[in-house]
Design a protein around this ligand. Sequence first.
Ligand SMILES: N[C@@H](CCC[C@H](N)C(=O)O)C(=O)O
Length: 272
Amino acid sequence: MLLHFYKMNGAGNDFIIIDNRDLSINLDEDTIAALCDRHRGIGADGLLAVEPAEHGADYKFRYYNADGGEAEMCGNGARCFGFFTAHLSDSEELPESVSFETIAGTLSADIVGDDIRIAMSEPKDLELKAPIELEGHAADFYFLNTGVPHVVSFVEDVQAVDVVTYGRTVREHPHFAPNGTNANFAQILAPDHIAIRTYERGVEDETLACGTGMVASALIHHLLTGAESPIKVDVEGGDTLSVGFEKTSDTTFTNVTLTGPADFVFEGEIEI
Ligand SMILES: N[C@@H](CCC[C@H](N)C(=O)O)C(=O)O
């Protein structure tokens, strides 16, 4: 079978997108992993599939990591999904907003100038001072689920961190078993500005950006320092994104948004 696909990236986190609104495409885990393989496939951090909505939104969002396993959400993927589905519209003008159902809840994407702004699900499962200790790493760890699970640790110099070694240890730590977690290392650049690097579960490597990781890191930064919304986040791919939020209690948030780029790269066909 010939699979028609699109390639996009959000701040360097790259995705294969397929239009499966008619549900005619059925990809198993091994096929998704083969398509995401950077040497033998198209190459991507994950695969997004557009499916018909089941609960009244415009579309259903499916996200698979590069290892072929399905994840609940992906912040950079959601911006690409919003951009892509806005262009599926029949009307001459692009819709200003599209909504889609994810495992983490129904989200919306708005086109804001050259960027896409995602209204995220409400973060949950906050854990201040997660019980992890890493030899050679003195900083504390915090946990927040922003659609998918994230550990955040603040360091003096994020470029000096061995993200793959430490990130993998956190990702596989028994405290987060069986689902595992993504791991972020963050540095404060200014009160309203941080830089992060992320080890992603399911890619099992550092990626150039992770949207849900940016949101988790910005919100933890707020809880620790009182930094006000919006918080700017620099990512390894070189972009700076923006995280907005309103606080509803000492530990809860609403109206959480992530604003940043979503870029179309190419489209093609591949035999599967
Ligand atoms: N790249 C993502 C997160 C994708 C899911 C993650 N790897 C997981 O399995 O939790 C983002 O931009 O949020």
